[in-house]
Write a protein that binds this ligand. Structure first.
Ligand SMILES: Cc1cc2nc3c(=O)[nH]c(=O)nc-3n(C[C@H](O)[C@H](O)[C@H](O)COP(=O)(O)OP(=O)(O)OC[C@H]3O[C@@H](n4cnc5c(N)ncnc54)[C@H](O)[C@@H]3O)c2cc1C
Ligand code: FES
Length: 274
C-alpha cells in the first residue's frame, strides 16, 4: 500500500473494446499494472482511474477477482475524465488507485439461486459476481440474468452474455420493439414481471439507472423477495474514495467506504440521499 493514499499506481491500457456507440458511448478497457504493481479486489469494489492532466473518476472493477493479469473497466463517456480516457489508445498509461468500497457477500450466497438484473452500464459492477458464480457453477442454484439496453446496439457485453446461455438463463431486452430482435421488448422491470422469479432460497442483485432500480426493487418485493434478499449498488459522486472528503455521504455513511454495495434492508434505513 502506498503511504500517500492519493498516489495512483501506473497501468498500461492493454486492450480497448467498443461496446456501445453514440453520445454516451461505452468502452471496455483492460489495463495491466506497470513495474509489478497491482492489487487484489473483491466483487463489487471500485478503483479511482486517473487520466493525467484531466482528473479522476471512480469506476467499478468489471473483471472477476480470479483474473490476476489485468483489471477491466467499462466506462461511459459522460464528461471530462471519461471523455479523455475514451480518447486514449492501447499502450497509453493511466493511474489506478484502489480497491475501494465493500463487496458483494458472494461466499454467503453458496447454495442459493441468484437473479441478476442490470440495465445500461449497470452490468459492469455485477459482472464480476456473474463471472464468479458461473466459474463456480456447482456452488449455486439457478443463475438467471436479466439485462436491458435502450436498443440492441446498447447491449453491453453482448457476445459474453450469449456465451453465458447454457450455464445461466439469460433474458435480454430492448426498450421498444425492434425489427429482428428476438428478446423481450419493454423496460427491464417489466421483463422480470413477465418471468417472475421465486424468492425461495434466492438472492436478487440489481444495478443500473436509479429509476430502473426503483421499479425492479418494487417488482421483486411484489414477488415476495424480502428486503434482505435484494442487493444493489449506489453511485453517489465521489472525490477522494477513502472516507476523507465527505463528497459521497448518505446520512452518516461514507459510501466510498461503507458502500457501494447495500442490501435493500440496509438502504431503507438510510436517508434518501442517493
Ligand atoms: C461507486 C461508483 C462506481 C462507478 N462505476 C462506473 C462504471 O463502472 N462505469 C462508468 O462509466 N461510470 C461509473 N461511475 C460513474 C463515474 O464515476 C462518473 O460518470 C464519472 O466520474 C464522470 O466523470 P467525468 O469527469 O467524465 O464527468 P464530469 O465532467 O464530472 O460530469 C459529467 C456529467 O456526469 C455527471 N456525473 C458525474 N459523476 C456522476 C455520478 N457518479 N453519478 C451520476 N452523474 C454523474 C455530472 O453531474 C455531469 O452532468 C461510478 C461511480 C461511482 C460512485
Ligand atoms: S468520496 Fe470522499 S468521503 Fe467518500
Amino acid at each position: 500500500m502506498n503511504a500517500n493514499v492519493y498516489l495512483p499506481q501506473l497501468a498500461r491500457i492493454a486492450h480497448i473494446k467498443d461496446e456501445v456507440g453514440g453520445a454516451r458511448a461505452i468502452k471496455t478497457f483492460r489495463v495491466e499494472f506497470l513495474d509489478g504493481g497491482g492489487f487484489e479486489h473483491e466483487c463489487g469494489q471500485c478503483a479511482m482511474i486517473s487520466v493525467f492532466g484531466k482528473g479522476e473518476s471512480m469506476i467499478s472493477i468489471a473483471s472477476a477477482p480470479s483474473i490476476k493479469d489485468y483489471k477491466q473497466f467499462s466506462i461511459m463517456r459522460v464528461g471530462r475524465v471519461t471523455a479523455a480516457i475514451h480518447d486514449m489508445q492501447v499502450g497509453d498509461v493511466i493511474g489506478v488507485r484502489g480497491p475501494y468500497g465493500n463487496r458483494f457477500p458472494v461466499a454467503d450466497w453458496k447454495g442459493r439461486n441468484l437473479t441478476f438484473i442490470g440495465g445500461g452500464c449497470g452490468l459492469a459492477p455485477i459482472w464480476p459476481v456473474i463471472q464468479t458464480a458461473v466459474a463456480n457453477r456447482g456452488d449455486f442454484g439457478n443463475i438467471t440474468v436479466f439485462y436491458g439496453g435502450r436498443t440492441s446496439r446498447d447491449i453491453l457485453y453482448r457476445a459474453e452474455l450469449e456465451k453465458l446461455r447454457g450455464m445461466a438463463d439469460v433474458h435480454l431486452s430492448v426498450d421498444s420493439p425492434e425489427e429482428g430482435w428476438e428478446g423481450y421488448c419493454g423496460f427491464v422491470p417489466a421483463n422480470i414481471m413477465d418471468k417472475p422469479q421465486s424468492p425461495e432460497n434466492a438472492i436478487a442483485i440489481t444495478c443500473g439507472p436509479p429509476i430502473m432500480i426503483k421499479y425492479v426493487i418494487g417488482n421483486l418485493s411484489a414477488m415476495g423477495f424480502a428486503d434482505e434478499q435484494i442487493y444493489t449498488t449506489i453511485e453517489n459522486k465521489m472525490k477522494c474514495g477513502v472516507g476523507k472528503c465527505g463528497r459521497c455521504n448518505v446520512g452518516k455513511d461514507y459510501v466510498c467506504v461503507k458502500g457501494p454495495v447495500y442490501s435493500w434492508a440496509e438502504l431503507k434505513g438510510l436517508p434518501q440521499e442517493y
